[in-house]
Design a protein. Sequence first.
Length: 331
Amino acid sequence: MHSNVVWPATRSSPVHKQRRLARGIASRWCAYAAVALVIAYGCAAGVGAVETPRSTVAPRTSAPAAEAAVTAAPRIAHDVPPDASPGCSGASASAVRGERRQITVAGEERSYLLDAPASESAAPRPVVLAFHGFRGDAAGLRSGTGLATLAERERVILVTPEGHEGVQLLGTAGRGWDLGADETRDVAVVRALLDALERERCVDRRRVYATGMSNGGFFASLVGCALADRIAAIAPVAGAMPLAACAPARPVAVLLTFGRADNLVPPTMMRAGGSWWARTDGCGTGHDRDGCTAYEQCTADVIVCEGPQAHTWPPGTTERIWRFFVAHPRL
């Protein structure tokens, strides 16, 4: 599960090299999902059927349709006032663009990239946390997805952390994120990063969001659940529900994006992730809304958008995610 944003299916590409492992990877994800109490959704039944997976909901969506579904979300709350962090009353801070910084948590030094506007006006700004995929890096996700461009345009504080080395996936070690129930150090790093940001920058604590790709998407889901008291909404791409049993302290709005041609994280798992979040957020029935599946009567919106792509960050996804985030502050 490398984190390249769009992988051409050439013989030398990571996708080509890993397709022969796809069935085993999918099986491993499903085993983890069973631990996370999602076995009831039938992940195992579909792991070998990537081309024609068993599906409870199978919307077919294009980018424009998905955008319409997101902007039509019924819980839009633009008028929710900001919750200013302590950094809003401190000294002004200059703008930074992709500045590499370090933070030490429990004796371990971790690195992250920071994009932030100048804070002379003391106007609280939203925060977007973005997590790269397995064997990926912060710089690739930041630039390849257009998140850096969005952060500058919208005056958003963008935090792109580096995962840690030694994460094991199907017998292979690489940089990534721990997802197990007993592996909490990465969540602790995110908590410490937010604490530091709130002290040093003028943060709107009602508008802290998380996204990620693949292994980073699963981690964004875990962060949304484990830090639900601080995260307003999440938007994983090719990554679904937390793989460890988790009960969020408050409702979290969720936008899931995935592709029917994904041979690494099977569509059945992504649909199961949508169902898990729908249950967790107390939703009723899921209905097609402009090509996406939007769940009704939720304590927080859950929208699942499926396209024809493989294991990629599709064009238009960053803008769609931002519209969803803007519509979903922490109430």
